[in-house]
Design a protein around this ligand. Structure first.
Ligand code: BGC
Length: 889
């Protein structure tokens, strides 16, 4: 028997800098194992659990000797299973960070003279310090964080590979510390630590309003180097009075939105190495920004994840050279040919070309009703070369959403060899794959995948250019799809931590997390917060994480926020009425106590043909049908979450609330003729997805949805909220053929129209590029890409089963259709790899399934035959008879 493998700590591989006192450990069982009956965990710190009778192999809390700061624990596991007792696994490790404020001897420092200018146009500051290391060093760790974005160097070597550190959080409450192993960079004798500090999210421009200085006006740095000597003693060097700063060096401006400007002629040569004369630099200001907000990150860091070689570099009018990466990405370019000293280059980034074949960015300019003119799109880098051999430009303090970059000012003809597209995002672990016989569907899948990659930049963003904001609704509707592609557990948990602290005292969940004051509770647009379908992220995202990863702690952590959100919604339902309803029905019906029809709601949002031109009229709309539906849905989920958490009374209470709200929805929105109000695709989709109609009506509701789709030539009529649910509800209701017809139709609105018009990421709007080729709004929004979860869950047929978190039991039920002759899906679930692949041979379906150790699959074949498959590979053949039998949801 082989041993357990795939050891992880929390949701990370061998994490460094953890601040949890009881980190949770996971492992995968030896191949072929059906079930674990006991485990034994041991660490090199004397920890040994002995044999523990338990089937648990996911997220088992460490319970050994109390962890100290800066302690590495190497651990192993062995298991008893139906196949006997395993050997010890290969070791894995985790290392703690600085666990308490008392561990910090370093002081916060600010540059001696503050980099000035307006937000978006401020230089980065350089900091440095030299020190002697008299004794040999066996381990060195650098602990760092900043108000701004830092990049650190030890003796000229970059510390770590994280980008955009310390990451984006609600800085008033959470500030992430990175722990970097710099053992190889430290030497005996003279050493230097050097840090570049730019404005970043903390102080630079942010969001759709391009507001600056949102968390403070002063950049600041905190760094502590801990050196361990052979005899176990340690030396600590930290930021403090001895440091020097320079706010007028080569990074002339650095801003996440505007871009970066660098004058390489001004780079102080050798500034990041020892023996540099910094006597002309400023003495730093020692500041007190405290240590209480310091946290680790449960997510992997942002990194340079991939490099793309451009497809072409062509000349455009005005002498510019247009680089086409062939793929819309989040990141920047690296330019390795900068021209002779003094050459000034401008790099403008965008997603689409105008009719003249040149770059256009107009569609990315925020055009807000309360502002006199559209704000700049930003995304412009500038560099002046110093003419040094091997000189490169890579703007690591900004990011751009782009496929094209126009380079102006270059005296030479550039080639594809001179430029690389550097893809930058949270370095999530890929866990899911899909491919099928239809190339356009594969390209749609790729586009949806790239939209997630383009919008996972320490937080889930709506788009990587115009707003870059952590819109709650967007992640709510995409997280189930994301969990089919990447491990988003730690990434989401990190974001939810801020969603919870951004919640208002009255329970309002902010539109965006982290919330910048310019869009927060005291801003002119405060009233746009608290929308149904957006705020419900506080319930839905934890629930989806629990389903995909079996993480109950996230449910427990978010429970208080969920309760406040539902209390607010319930209170609003009970206390207010929409004026339109009050006019039509002066005396409220008894059900209206549970009808949530007040407050602002985005509603279905961007529903084709129903877009609001007038913001005031839009904010006054009655969105009761959407808000009440979400209240019923969230109450249902909370009842189930309460069950998981063992909160017996709450489970009953929220179950009862869900029933009442559902009854209110039925009383208000089901007409005598069985039609729903409003009679739109989205309403029928939601009614089916959220179980809003009585069981005996489901068939008729699905039939009406099909009628609406057929009447519209199978074109999608849903907006933001219902689009991810559209194909699944059709398939669940027995209309797999319709689901495929809608997926495969190539008119606008529809997914394939995007692909046919050249999308390499998914557009915010169905007409993101219209038939005439004109771009509108963002071309990189993942929301509509949520359709691809249909490909994983229905086409390939890999489905979680309710009540079986982390795929301990799952279903494989492929639904061929749409002319596909084969399809393959795979998912690295927490227990291991699931695969489902099928091909058609005549009227037969040949299915291969891989079931990971410790799990069990219910395989449902066409015709409804149900088979149970244990760990290992299986092959099935079935006649493509009518697929009529529906197995319980
Ligand atoms: C964002 C969205 C967001 C929406 C709210 C937009 O500007 O880009 O993705 O959810 O506003 O409706």
């Amino acid at each position: 028997m082989t041993s357990p493998h795939g050891l992880r700590t929390e949701h990370l591989d061998d994490p460094i800098g953890l601040c949890r006192r009881a980190p949770r450990l996971s492992w995968q069982l030896p191949a072929g194992t059906r079930r674990q009956s006991a485990y034994r965990l041991a660490g090199d710190n004397g920890w040994d659990t002995g044999w523990v009778d338990s089937p648990d192999s996911l997220l088992v809390p460490y319970d050994g000797p109390a962890l100290r700061s800066a302690q590495r624990v190497t651990w192993r596991v062995r298991v008893r299973t139906d196949r006997g007792e395993s050997e010890w696994s290969d070791p894995a490790w985790f290392e703690t960070g600085l666990l308490t404020p008392a561990d910090w001897s370093a002081s916060w420092i600010e540059p001696g003279s503050r980099p000035t200018g307006s937000a978006g146009a401020r230089p980065a500051a350089l900091f440095r310090c030299e020190f002697d290391v008299p004794a040999p060093v066996v381990a060195a760790r650098l602990y760092l964080t900043a108000h701004g974005l830092y990049e650190a160097f030890v003796n000229g070597t970059r510390a770590g590979d994280a980008e955009l550190a310390p990451g984006f959080t609600q800085y008033d409450r959470h500030l992430q510390v990175q722990t970097v192993d710099v053992t190889d960079a430290v030497v005996s004798g003279r050493n230097a630590v050097a840090v570049l500090l730019a404005d970043g999210w903390y102080r630079g421009q942010i969001g759709i309003t391009r507001a600056g200085d949102q968390w403070g006006s002063k950049p600041a740095l905190l760094a502590q180097l801990r050196l361990t000597h052979p005899d176990g003693t340690t030396t600590t060097v930290g930021t403090g009075p001895g440091w020097r700063s320079n706010s007028d060096a080569h990074i002339r401006a650095a801003d996440l939105i505007a871009g970066e400007s660098v004058d390489l002629r001004r780079r102080p040569g050798g500034w990041d190495c020892p023996v540099f004369d910094d006597s002309g630099w400023d003495a730093v200001i020692v500041a007190d920004h405290g240590f209480d907000r310091l946290v680790d990150s449960p997510a992997p860091p942002v990194r340079r994840v991939e490099e793309l070689t451009p497809l072409s570099v062509t000349r455009v009018a005005g002498g510019g050279q247009l680089v086409d990466l062939g793929q819309n990405i989040n990141g920047w370019v690296r330019l390795t040919r900068l021209g002779p000293a003094g050459t000034a280059l401008t790099l403008t980034h965008g997603e689409w070309l105008g009719p003249d074949g040149d770059l256009t960015t107009d569609h990315l300019r925020p055009d807000l009703p309360f502002m006199p003119y559209p704000l700049p799109a930003g995304q412009i880098d500038r560099v002046i070369s110093a003419g040094a051999p091997g000189e490169t430009f890579e703007p690591r303090r900004t990011t751009h959403g782009f496929r094209y970059v126009r380079i102006d000012g270059h005296p030479d003809r550039l080639s594809v060899d001179d430029v690389r597209g550097v893809v930058v995002h949270t370095d999530l672990r890929r866990t899911g794959w899909f491919a099928c016989s239809d190339d356009r569907i594969n390209r749609l899948h790729q586009a949806a995948l790239w939209s997630l990659r383009g919008n996972a930049c320490d937080i889930p963003t709506d788009c990587p250019h115009r707003e870059r904001a952590g819109w709650t609704g967007d992640w709510q509707l995409y997280v189930p799809t994301a969990a089919f592609l990447y491990d988003v557990a730690g990434f989401s948990a990190k974001w939810l931590r801020d969603v919870a602290v951004d919640q208002w005292p009255d329970g309002t969940v902010a539109n965006i997390s982290p919330t910048a004051p310019a869009e927060g509770r005291n801003s002119p647009i405060a009233g746009l917060n608290g929308s149904a379908g957006w705020g419900d992220a506080v319930v839905i995202v934890p629930w989806e994480l629990y389903r995909a990863y079996g993480d109950t702690r996230i449910l427990r952590d978010l429970w208080p926020a969920m309760v406040r959100w539902l209390d607010r919604a319930q209170g609003m339902a009970a206390s207010g009425r929409h004026p339109a309803r009050a006019t039509v029905r002066p005396v409220p019906g008894p059900h209206e106590k549970y009808l949530w029809d007040t407050g602002f709601h985005w509603g279905e949002w961007l529903e084709p043909g129903a877009e609001a031109d007038d913001l005031v009229a839009f904010t006054a709309l009655d969105q009761g049908h959407v808000a009440t539906a979400y209240l019923a849905h969230s109450a249902t989920l909370m009842s189930r979450i309460a069950d998981v958490l063992g909160l017996v009374d709450e489970a009953v209470r929220y179950g009862d609330l869900a029933d009442r709200v559902r009854a209110a929805w039925q009383a208000e929105f089901i007409g005598d003729d069985g039609r729903l109000t409003p009679d739109t695709q989205a309403t029928y989709v939601r009614a089916l997805a959220f179980d809003l109609v009585p069981a005996q009506m489901r068939g008729a509701v699905a039939t009406r949805l099909v009628e609406l789709l057929r009447a519209g030539g199978n074109q999608v009529g849903t907006g933001f909220l219902a689009t991810p649910l559209l194909l699944p509800v059709l398939a669940e209701a027995g209309h797999v053929d319709v689901a495929y017809d809608v997926l495969m139709q190539d008119g606008e609105p529809g997914w394939l129209a995007m692909i046919d018009r050249g999308a390499t990421t998914v557009w915010e709007r169905w007409d993101g590029v219209d038939a005439a080729g004109v771009p509108r709004d963002s071309l990189n929004h993942y929301s509509k890409g949520a359709v691809i979860s249909y490909l994983h869950r229905f086409t390939a047929g890999i489905q979680p089963i309710d009540g079986e978190p982390a795929y301990r039991r799952f279903r494989v039920r492929p639904r061929p259709g749409g002319g596909l002759t084969w399809a393959e899906g795979a998912l690295d679930c927490p227990y291991g790899r699931i695969e489902s692949s099928w091909r058609l041979a005549g009227d037969e379906l040949q299915l291969r399934v891989l079931v990971p150790a410790g799990t069990q699959a219910q395989v449902v074949l066409p015709g409804g035959r149900l088979l149970v498959a244990g760990p290992g590979r299986h092959e099935f053949t079935a006649r493509l008879a009518d697929d009529l039998v529906t197995v319980g949801r």
